[in-house]
Design a protein around this ligand. Sequence first.
Ligand code: ATP
Length: 236
Amino acid sequence: MSTLVVENLAVRYGGVSAVRSVSFTVPPGESVGLIGANGAGKTSTLRALMGLVPRAAGTARFGDRDLGKVPARHMVRLGIGYVPEGRHVFAGLPVEKNLLLGAYASKWDSSCRARLSEVYDLFPVLGQMRGRLAGALSGGQQQMLAIGRALMARPVLLLLDEPSMGLSPKLVEVICSALQRLRAEGLSLLLVEQNAMLTFEVTGECLVLENGSVAMTGTSAALRDDPRVRKIYLGL
Ligand code: ATP
């Protein structure tokens, strides 16, 4: 089992500094949250880890591997799953085909069938809709499908970018329970969210990003009780 170690990560877009000197670790089986307002640099942090945008500075290691030397398409082989912002399901393919595409790196065998069952157990509605085109699913169901597709590769670390975006409170609850269950099963999570309450419920530690920099860190329980966090991020 490997630890994700991010040190002094920076991302720039031309003259715009989107992420500045961000450092954190995600030990095996731990769940870490990155919260912050629109434009705080959360997505850029995840995309830089995945090699989808260049890093201006800093390092990211997963166990003994330097992620800067691993192309995005090979992350899955290291056990890193990624659920991008906006879901990106294959709308013209049935639900089950979308899930099987998540297992593309492994050959089709009985373990694939077992993984499908695990995903359908986590999100029963996907099993009920396995033959339906993904484009016909609701936003919440598509989010479940995006998470399920990432799980098909049996990751040990799952990076999630705003899984609650645009979902009703009821569906946010469904996603929250699923993430809590995955965490209890030992999956490491790095959760990027604007929804601070969801993040506090799913993670053990959190970073608050403001204008690309880490403004606060601590246990999720302590941050949830912090008066400044309550005011700015929980509206309490
Ligand atoms: P959101 O919740 O809206 O996704 P975020 O915290 O994920 O916000 P980022 O999307 O990482 O923030 O954006 C951080 C900063 O970088 C913002 O100022 C944004 O406008 C800028 N930015 C993001 N992507 C690009 C890009 N491709 N080109 C130029 N600037 C960008």
